[in-house]
Each structure stands twice: as C-alpha cells, then as structure tokens.
Design a binder for this molecule. Structure first.
Ligand code: HEC
Length: 251
C-alpha cells in the first residue's frame, strides 16, 4: 500500500515540485537515445548513488535489455550487492539498497528516496542543477554542504571527488525589507578530479540515466505506437470493404 501511495504522490508531484530553486535552475535537455551515455550513467548510479538510494521499481535485467549489455556485463560491472544469503544479487532482482529505513533516519535525518521516478517528479533540469548545486556551508552539520536548488538538503555532496567543492560568491540585493544576501554563483574552492566541462558531462550522463529510469518503456512505446497506427489504418480499410460487401444485397 505504501508503495502505491508513494507512486501516486510522485505522479501527482510535478506541479508541486517543479518550481523549487527557480533562479538557480540550469536548462538541460535529456537524451535517452544515447546508449553510451546511459551506460556511463548506470555505472555512476550504482557506484555513487545506490549505497543510499534504490531504484526499486526497476530490475537489473531490464538494464541489460535496454542498455544493450549482456547479463554477464551487468553482473560484473553494475551489481555490488548480495542477497540475504550472501550470494551476489541476481540480474533478475530489483535494484534495491540494503540499508534499512531506521539506519538511514539516524544517519541522514531522513530516508533517501527511491529514485526510480524522481525525474518525473522533479524534471531533468532540476536534477541537473541539483547535482551541480552543492556548495560548502559550515552551518550545515554534519554534512558541511548546502544546495542551491534544495536548501538545507540532507544529502552529502557524494560527487565531491569528481567535482571538488564549490564555494558561494554572494551579492546583496535591496528589497523592501532591507538588504538581503544572495548567492550569485558558485566557484570551485577545492578542485576535484574532473574539469568543470568533464563534470557537466558526468552529471548529464547521470540525469539521462535517471530520465530513462523514470520511463524505461518510452523508446519501446514510440516504436510500438507507429505499428499500432499502421494496424488501425489497415483495419479501417478492411472494415470499409467488409461493410460494402455485407450491405451490397440490402440496397
Ligand atoms: C550518503 C547517502 C546518499 C547518497 C550516496 C546519495 N544520496 Fe541522494 N539523497 C540522500 C538523502 C538523505 C536525501 C534526502 C534529502 C532531504 O530530503 O533532505 C537525498 C535526496 C536526493 C534527491 C532529491 C529527491 C527529492 O526529490 O526530494 C535526489 C534527486 C538525489 N538524492 C539524487 C542522488 C544521486 C543522483 C546520487 C548519486 C550521484 C545520490 N543522490 C547519492 C542521500 C544520499
């Protein structure tokens, strides 16, 4: 029941959530036809995200099918968890996390959400901006970071090795209530392994993958749709001639 409820919430959410973080949103157009990008995204996802987040409506074997990987490649490169008997998780299994909700609450104050449908709830541009929006903030104990599009977020900056750490550059704005301090932009304070451009690519791969997760059947559906319409056309023609045939003697 809880699952159905959270599904409903997610499906109903776009209108409620989409606006979050307004001025810090960078436009991003996802591309789920780029298989190489999706494969890189899947790898990043299992390495950097799945220690906390599950993609629980999705099976590893679907990744194999949709991303053009063999089940063996999936088993060797994308599965790092074990089942309850300690054996490596099978490709047919759901992409879930071993961490319990209670542990997560203690560690992060909240349970990291299932990311299967997050791209539908938040949109690709929000996700892109979120993953690039972490910045150093000492007031945030214990994770030490904040986020431009998700203020006071409970998630640590998990991609810090790649991106490094950003620090905010502030500007002051005059409003009716007086001066307020606002973040103008973020600057790299501690460099990571990747250049800004490489990191943009990394985040793009991850977001492409999250968008694919949200709607794995999209490509399949578009292909099928064409056949369905062709079928309906042919069927209409047949029906028309049948009708003529049946009514011939009546008139
Ligand atoms: C160490 C645990 C941890 C890891 C690893 C982690 N996250 Fe999170 N994430 C969280 C927590 C906790 C939250 C909830 C934040 C909150 O509600 O304040 C969260 C929230 C999010 C959200 C916002 C969901 C929403 O709509 O509210 C997104 C998107 C997200 N994470 C994406 C990712 C991605 C992508 C990765 C991998 C690159 C990742 N996370 C890795 C702990 C983690």
């Amino acid at each position: 029941m809880r699952k159905i409820f959270s599904l409903l919430v997610v499906l109903a959410a776009p209108a409620a959530f989409a606006a979050g973080g307004g001025e810090y949103i960078q436009e991003f157009t996802p591309d789920t036809t780029n298989k190489a990008s999706l494969q890189r995204g899947a790898r990043l996802f299992v390495n950097y995200c799945m220690s906390c987040h599950s993609a629980g409506y999705h099976r590893y074997s679907h990744l194999a099918r949709d991303l053009h990987l063999s089940e063996r490649q999936v088993q060797e490169n994308l599965i790092f968890t074990t089942d309850e008997h300690g054996a490596p998780t099978k490709p047919g299994a759901l992409m879930v996390v071993p961490m319990t909700d209670n542990y997560a609450k203690q560690a992060f104050g909240t349970v990291p959400p299932n990311l299967s449908l997050v791209s539908r709830a938040r949109g690709a541009s929000w996700l892109y901006s979120y993953l690039k929006g972490f910045y150093l903030d000492e007031t945030r104990e214990p994770i030490g970071v904040n986020n431009t599009v998700f203020p006071d977020v409970g998630m640590p900056h998990v991609l810090w090795e790649l991106q490094g750490f950003q620090a905010p550059v502030y500007k002051t704005e005059m409003t009716e209530g007086g001066e307020i301090r606002k973040i103008e932009r973020l600057e790299i304070a501690v460099p990571g392994e990747q250049s800004a451009e490489e990191f943009n690519g990394t985040v793009a791969d991850l977001v492409n993958f999250l968008v694919y997760l949200g709607e794995p059947a999209r490509l399949e559906r578009q292909r099928l749709g064409i056949w369905v319409i062709l079928f309906l056309l042919v069927f209409t023609i047949i029906a028309y001639f049948l009708k003529r045939e049946y009514w011939k003697d009546v008139h």
